[in-house]
Ligand binder design. Structure first.
Ligand SMILES: [Zn+2]
Length: 585
């Protein structure tokens, strides 16, 4: 459609004239028509909802309905204003003397409100009611609200207020309680598609289903945004049929199917394909941060699906729901939460980087390794129960041994066969107090003890814990530690100190002849080595290194230690602890 001099933007051209035109607000229409039919009209109405959902339009249609006299001049209050009478016409054109529209955003003061209140004393000039439509009413000042409240308490019978707001929480409860409230709903994808496809056919524009779906998703339930996007798409298409491609070019958005396949490559550790995917997206004009946002969104969706949350069928396309459900079945929780953390961390990295796209590439390379990590909770659970045979590793969910270093697979098998460390008998037992103050589980790992010492500013003890304390297991109130030259002082000191730090009674048991236990410091060091080792041994990494001629890549493959980032440190510790368990056994 070529633009000519009479071109009117769609949003104005197709502004709903009555409630039949208003899409997706059946609840509002039903309640309002009941009130009108039963003559139970409130003096004040409050319309809430996101921007562009039809609040002001609804207010005008309500004003028409309240003042309509019908084409023959004999009609009464109606849910279906005629659109023909002088009142209907002048209200829609915004020039009816008895319908006063005020934008509270620019009229917030108490003086503005006094003006309104003064006006309510006079009867309407020609219409049935004097109607005040106050848009963005939450912007009024507190004193302005107080002034209006007096009128709301004893409103003259010829006055109606229609308030509209995007932020209902900012409206005083005293005002809220005197209004009949209508919450305008976001349009569902289905409704939006129907609405836009209607408009397109009215315009004689051809548009395919995929394109409509993308527009509907982008508009996030706002009818006005949806219509404006369609308007843009029509100008973009130059009279050719509008396809998903047209829209993508217009908006520069990442396609969901591209995102789902990128997510797939990333989670199956296929770096080459993942990098190819983002390269293509980048070339087509998608900004790195948008690609990252899409990955975050899908990781979030899959994680929600994994824990059994219902997916929002109204706001997600069928294809996306199917992909997300499949991912949730195939992926384990450890991998999902780890990837989420790495992506979140990546947001600021990509944001701060002078080379955002390269940073995104490096982030993906890093994550592709993270996704090889087996589900440790499952792994530990299986460890004690699994049969001593070759299927030990393949029984573990989310554990694809094809993708793992054979050395690790062997190590895992060994661990699966061995008895649990914590089953060994203690040689020394230190008990403090009685068992009345049973601990509520403040301490779960050596790291928790270390952190308590740090927090208490006991830096010498913290140092000793970090370098010498080798925790084997912590079961309810028993901390089992390995015997070494420093154990003597720690085993008597720890229960006292822990009691002091968190008020809980713990028992420290020292176990002899355990060489596998490592201190936090040792775990940290060997964990880094381990990450580096698997990264450097992997053939895909080699290929990446050869192709990209990047030096020093190993530094980027390992999560960097960040002084402020306790979470990172702790995760690093937990991961390396688990890896070491596997290797050392
Ligand atoms: Zn009328």
């Amino acid at each position: 459609m070529a633009k000519d001099n009479n071109y009117i933007v769609f949003a104005r051209k197709y502004r709903p004239m009555d409630f039949d035109d208003l899409v997706g607000q059946e609840a509002l229409v039903k309640t309002l028509s009941n009130a009108m039919n039963n003559n139970r009209l409130a003096h004040a109405y409050l319309l809430t909802g996101i921007r562009g959902v039809g609040k002001t339009t609804s207010a005008r249609i309500m004003a028409k309905g309240l003042n309509c006299i019908g084409a023959d001049g004999k009609g009464g209050i109606t849910i279906k204003p005629c659109g023909q009478c002088s009142h209907c016409k002048s209200i829609m054109e915004g020039r009816n003397i008895d319908v006063i529209e005020i934008d509270a955003a620019s009229n917030t003061s108490v003086d503005n409100v006094r003006e309104i209140i003064e006006g309510t004393k006079y009867t309407p000039v020609s219409a049935r009611f004097k109607i005040y439509i106050i848009d963005e009413v939450h912007m009024l000042s507190k004193s302005a609200f107080n002034a209006i409240l007096k009128t709301l308490e004893e409103p003259p019978s010829h006055v109606k207020f229609i308030f509209a707001t995007t932020e209902v929480k900012k409206i005083p409860i005293t005002v809220l309680s005197r209004c009949q409230r209508f919450d305008l709903k976001r349009l569902t994808i289905e409704n939006m598609v129907k609405h836009l496809s209607n408009l397109a056919s009215k315009e004689g524009v051809e548009i395919d289903e995929d394109a409509l779906n993308i527009l509907a998703t982008l508009s996030e339930g706002s009818a006005r945004d949806g219509v404006s996007l369609l308007d843009q798409a029509v100008s973009h298409s130059n009279g050719v049929k509008i396809t998903a491609e047209t829209i993508k070019k217009m908006i520069g958005i990442a396609d969901r199917t591209e995102t789902t396949s990128l997510f797939n490559h990333m989670m199956s550790g296929d770096i080459a394909k993942a990098l190819k995917n983002i390269e293509a997206q980048y070339q087509s004009g998608v900004e790195p941060y948008l690609i990252l946002n899409d990955l975050l969104e899908i990781t979030h969706l899959v994680t929600r699906a994994k824990v059994g949350c219902e997916l929002d069928k109204a706001m997600l396309s069928e294809n996306l729901i199917k992909s997300v459900t499949d991912f949730a079945k195939d992926l384990n929780m450890s991998a999902l939460t780890l990837v989420w953390q790495m992506l979140i961390k990546g947001v600021s990295e990509v944001d701060r980087s002078p080379y955002p796209f390269k940073s995104l590439e490096m982030l993906l390379v890093r994550i592709c390794y993270g996704s090889f990590i087996p589900d440790f909770n499952e792994f530990v659970k299986k460890k004690s129960s699994v049969e001593q045979n070759d299927t030990a590793t393949s029984n573990v969910r989310g554990f694809d041994k094809q993708k793992l270093n054979p050395e690790i697979v062997e190590a895992v098998k060994e661990v699966a066969k061995s008895p649990l460390l914590s089953d060994k008998e203690p040689i020394v037992k230190v008990v403090l107090g009685n068992n009345e103050n049973a601990p509520s589980g403040s301490i779960k790992t050596a790291f928790d003890i270390y952190r308590m010492a740090e927090k208490a500013k006991d830096s010498i003890l913290a140092y000793n814990i970090k370098t010498h304390l080798k925790v084997i297991a912590i079961n309810s109130n028993v901390i089992k530690i390995a015997n070494n030259e420093k154990t003597d002082s720690l085993r008597s000191l720890l229960p006292l100190k822990i009691k002091e730090w968190c008020g809980e009674d713990y028992v420290v048991e020292v176990i002899e002849d355990v060489k596998v236990a490592k201190s936090i410091a040792e775990n940290h060091a060997s964990g880094k080595d381990f990450f580096k080792k698997i990264a450097m041994e992997n053939e895909i990494v080699k290929a990446v290194l050869d192709n990209f001629e990047i030096k020093g890549i190993e530094a980027n493959l390992i999560p960097k230690k960040d002084e402020d980032d306790e979470m990172r440190d702790e995760n690093m510790f937990l991961l390396s602890e688990k890896f070491n368990e596997m290797i050392d056994e």
